[in-house]
Ligand binder design. Structure first.
Ligand code: SAM
Ligand code: SF4
Length: 322
């Protein structure tokens, strides 16, 4: 098992397969995707070597992310390769769900186990204003389809003062009879969004207090489950999650490593730089890749410095997949 000098174990790989996105979320890519240089994203054989190397070091879960992963034409093949890698027990994907309604059956058949879907507002106009796309209806139908297939579904909503700051009752109503987890993510500062961050960041702490006052109970989770806090309520089928990266001890339960769509290892979402591991993938050499990973992990720091406004090499999260 990959373990760092602080005793944290890494059984979870976040694998970005593209940094291209068709949405223009105001906090992430407000001007849409800007192609700077022509990039070639990791190929299926390279991703295969990557998955094998991580699985051989104890990784049991892979999350496919982006940019928008469903923009890759070979996504189904990528899901299938992850699902068929020895040692990988769980294949997840984070998506804006643009193609969910059309493609979820194919993803499920290829071996996908769970989905995290980004919905920052349940008001179609607000959804459109945040993302630039009038797709909420199709996304909601896609979610019902995913649930009927038996996929585990989580919804990610970024807390945004000026956009969805007063939508709590709407969010709660929606999960009353939906067997899924709705997770509120505190907006994070990135290299590109300082002004937006200052105008829109809301802490999750008051939400946590309100939930506890309204009879929600905090679910005791395994330390290996990662940094989200979860809450349930006897009258609600759905759960609430809170992801509060600015809270004390957030990084103590870090269990994940990130590979960018061009093969760079990011030891933290806000690391100073990505470390190029693509040559090992190009040589189809999982053993050499494993050795490099074990050595590089000793440089992982105890925590990020987001509170101090340090965002590292991360200009926006589309470049790494969140
Ligand atoms: N395009 C896919 C999606 O939106 O689900 C996957 C990539 S996106 C970068 C992954 C997650 O990061 C999404 O849930 C998104 O809302 C979240 N995200 C993006 N920028 C963020 C920021 N500055 N702070 C907090 N969450 C952010
Ligand atoms: Fe695209 Fe996801 Fe970023 Fe929105 S949050 S712009 S969907 S990468």
């Amino acid at each position: 098992m990959l373990e760092d000098k602080f005793g944290r174990q890494f059984h979870y790989l976040r694998m970005s397969i593209t940094d291209v996105c068709n949405f223009s979320c105001d906090y992430c890519l407000p001007n849409g995707y800007q192609r700077d240089t022509k990039k070639s994203f990791l190929t299926v054989p390279e991703l295969n070597t990557l998955a094998k190397a991580f699985a051989g070091l104890g990784t049991s879960k892979i999350r496919i992310t982006g940019g928008e992963p469903s923009l890759r034409k070979d996504l189904t093949e990528i899901i299938a390769l992850c699902a068929s890698t020895d040692g990988i027990k769980h294949v997840a994907m984070t998506t804006n769900a643009y193609r969910l309604e059309k493609d979820v059956q194919r993803w499920f058949d290829a071996g996908l186990n769970s989905l995290n879907i980004s919905i920052d507002s349940f008001d179609p106009h607000m959804f459109m204003s945040i993302t630039g796309h009038d797709k909420l209806g199709s996304i909601l139908r896609g979610i019902d389809k995913a649930l009927s297939l038996g996929l585990k579904v989580k919804i990610n909503a970024v807390l945004l003062r000026q956009y969805n700051g007063n939508e709590m009752s709407r969010f709660l109503k929606w999960i009353k009879d939906k067997p899924l987890t709705l997770r509120f993510i505190e907006l994070m500062q990135t290299g590109d969004n300082l002004k937006f961050f200052k105008q829109n960041h809301i802490s999750g702490e008051p939400i946590k207090r309100d939930l506890l006052e309204q009879g929600w109970g905090q679910v005791i989770r395994d330390k290996a489950a990662g940094p989200a806090e979860e809450f349930n309520h006897p009258e609600y089928e759905g759960r609430i999650g809170l992801i509060m990266p600015y809270s004390k001890d957030f990084c103590a339960s870090c269990n994940r490593l990130r590979i960018s769509s061009v093969g760079k290892l990011h030891l933290c979402l806000f690391a100073e730089m990505g470390i190029d591991l693509r040559p090992y993938m190009q040589q189809a050499d999982p053993a050499a890749l494993q050795q490099a990973l074990v050595e590089l992990l000793s440089d992982k720091e105890a925590t990020h410095y987001l509170k101090e406004g340090y965002t590292g090499a991360t200009s926006h999260l589309a470049m790494l997949g969140g």
